[in-house]
Design a protein around this ligand. Structure first.
Ligand SMILES: Cc1cc2nc3c(=O)[nH]c(=O)nc-3n(C[C@H](O)[C@H](O)[C@H](O)COP(=O)(O)OP(=O)(O)OC[C@H]3O[C@@H](n4cnc5c(N)ncnc54)[C@H](O)[C@@H]3O)c2cc1C
Length: 69
């Protein structure tokens, strides 16, 4: 593969679940170039219906609260 500076990145995050996407979002917000690799096609089937209140401050930091509401 030929080198392309457009795809140069500071951090490579592997896995686009809650942990990987939160980390990648925070890194980009901090001004880093970040590349996220996910093996599955999204949207994927995923069980989960509840969030503990403690997650709200992180969702707020990530700028996701309006979408969640
Ligand atoms: C049945 C069930 C119900 C749940 N219900 C809830 C709930 O109601 N509320 C709640 O808060 N939590 C719930 N959880 C827990 C929640 O799903 C996990 O805590 C959360 O998904 C963990 O996030 P994660 O990013 O660490 O891992 P994951 O969500 O597992 O994400 C990891 C990602 O990495 C990708 N990946 C792995 N290997 C590679 C690779 N080599 N290359 C590229 N990509 C890769 C995977 O495809 C996946 O998308 C539930 C879990 C289960 C099993």
């Amino acid at each position: 593969m030929k080198y392309d500076p457009e795809f140069e990145t500071d951090v490579a995050v592997v896995g686009g679940g809650p942990a990987g996407t939160a980390l990648a979002t925070l890194l980009v917000q901090m001004g880093h170039k970040c590349c996220l690799f996910e093996r599955d096609e999204f949207p994927r089937y995923h069980i989960g219906e509840s969030l503990i209140p403690n997650t709200y401050s992180l969702f707020d930091k990530l700028g996701l609260l309006p979408a969640l509401r």
